[in-house]
Ligand binder design. Structure first.
Ligand SMILES: [Zn+2]
Length: 238
């Protein structure tokens, strides 16, 4: 695993990219640093990844988080949550039943193997989970405890807006207006491989609706941050 490291993006926002190897299925995370309590955006793909992110936070001298926001319920964004002590977990209301169902599954390396044998389309995701998880002891999947329907705003000036879409029903974008940064999670990506149909591609209409003039940076979870200009030309070129 590449050693996670935070880079300053703009204003209060720092980003910690995931492993660039697509087979690792490791989402990046971000933090909105605030002495009143930082906001962590996504949890890491495993408790081990979460602990490496905590070491990176300490190395960058960033305050520990008070809130953990889920951009959506997919494993590579939430499986690290049980390694974040004392945070309030914030997510869209539709993530709650989805994550209760995920939490009830008998996760183990044996279970992952069995499921891939039953449905080979789960292979890339489930093999990445097997590699990411070195132990299942004390592992739990945690649904959000603070939920919202359309929008929410944390007291440190961080906005949340539900966008949904084809990738995940609970996809949420995180707005940091004073820093000019919008964190997109995976919201415009196609559905996960095992649910994808041949003509599913990125949801460019969703991206167009999100390209508001007053945001300078757009950050998705599995790519380099884009400036507003780069995001606009990517949408226009498609
Ligand atoms: Zn996802």
């Amino acid at each position: 695993m590449a050693v996670p490291q935070f880079h300053h993006l703009a204003g209060r926002v720092w980003v910690c990219p995931g492993d660039p190897d697509p087979e690792a299925v490791q989402a990046g995370v971000a933090v909105v640093a605030d002495e009143r309590g930082s906001v962590m955006i996504d949890a890491g793909q495993s408790p081990t990844h979460a602990r490496a992110i905590q070491a990176a936070l300490a190395a960058a001298g960033l305050p520990r988080p008070r809130w953990l926001v889920y951009t959506h319920h997919h494993w590579d964004h939430v499986w690290g949550a049980c390694a974040w002590p004392g945070v309030e977990i914030v997510g869209h209301e539709t993530a709650v039943p989805l994550l209760h169902a995920e939490a009830a599954r008998p996760w183990s390396h044996h279970y992952l193997d069995e499921r891939v044998r039953a449905d080979p389309r789960l292979g890339p995701s489930f093999r990445a989970r097997a590699r990411a998880m070195d132990s299942w002891a004390d592992f739990t999947i945690l649904p959000p405890t603070r939920t919202f329907t359309d929008v929410d705003e944390l007291s440190v000036g961080v906005g949340l807006r539900h966008v949904g879409g084809g990738h995940a029903p609970d996809s949420t974008v995180v707005l940091v207006p004073d820093s000019g940064v919008m964190l997109l999670g995976d919201c415009f990506y196609p559905p996960p491989a095992h649910l994808r149909r041949p003509d599913d591609g990125p949801d460019l209409d969703l991206v167009r609706r999100l390209l508001w003039d007053d945001y300078l940076w757009y950050v998705s979870s599995h790519a380099e941050p884009m400036t507003a200009e780069q995001a606009r030309s990517a949408v226009e070129a498609a």
